[in-house]
Design a protein around this ligand. Structure first.
Ligand code: ATP
Length: 219
């Protein structure tokens, strides 16, 4: 895995968890906040932690942020600071600037000023939670577009002992099984003869409606 160099701006709950996790994953992380206490608290969980006003281009330049691959801006409440920081980092030339937004209006402004990705943690987590409540069989999912998703579904007794060939998701539901997870073991190119066990996780791609049909009828 290539080690990434990431600047994390704003060390609230979101920013500090991004920073600590990236550092734990072995990436080089520079943590910035204008609050010295926040910087001190993160110092052991980042490659470098500095007090800075992230809307001040000269301070950002002096810290050498230009040499970083990517930035995550996690300033939620101060809309002006979040927008200005996005502009500064794009002007300095960072290729990927991901920004946390408070709401849809904030998101739209950030996209206009050049944010490469806008994250709305509470909104996105709310949707995920709703999906988990909707179906307890769905372990996780990724939306590929408005219509297509990849979902992880837990296999029940209903299909245990059957092979992918028997199940024939492709013809019956127009869905493709990309992988089968058995505990830590991930079979990324499942064979038609592979047998499904109870509790196996099937990673399936298809149209939302087909996936729903598959989940209701087959699992
Ligand atoms: P949380 O992730 O906890 O929900 P939040 O969305 O409430 O956070 P804020 O508390 O507004 O976000 O900001 C997060 C951090 O960003 C704070 O620690 C704050 O000090 C820092 N911050 C705000 N403005 C700037 C700035 N101009 N430069 C550097 N850091 C800043």
């Amino acid at each position: 895995m290539k080690k990434k160099q990431v600047v994390v701006v704003g060390l609230g709950r979101f920013g500090s968890s991004v920073c600590m996790e990236l550092f734990k994953l072995g990436h080089e992380v520079m943590a910035l906040d204008m609050d010295p206490e926040k910087v001190e608290n993160i110092a052991d969980y980042a490659s470098q932690a500095s007090v800075a006003d992230a809307t001040d281009k000269s301070q950002l330049k002096a810290l050498g942020v230009r040499n970083f691959d990517q930035a995550i801006i996690a300033i939620g409440d101060d809309l002006q600071a979040s927008v200005l920081c996005t502009l500064m980092l794009k002007e300095i030339g960072l290729e990927k600037v991901w920004v946390k937004a408070r709401d849809l209006q904030h998101k739209k402004i950030l996209e206009k000023v050049g944010a490469d990705r806008v994250i709305q943690p509470e909104y996105e987590m709310g949707i995920r939670t709703a999906h988990h409540v909707d179906s307890e069989k769905i372990v996780d999912y990724i939306d590929l577009s408005d219509d297509y998703s990849i979902v992880e579904m837990a296999a029940t007794e209903k299909i245990a002992g059957k092979t992918l060939f028997n199940l024939d998701f492709r013809v019956k539901f127009n869905c493709i099984t990309l992988a089968i997870k058995k505990g830590e073991d991930v079979n990324i190119a499942p064979h038609p003869d592979d047998v499904i066990g109870v509790g196996d996780i099937l990673v399936v791609m298809g149209h939302r409606n087909d996936l729903k049909r598959l989940e209701e009828k087959r699992l």
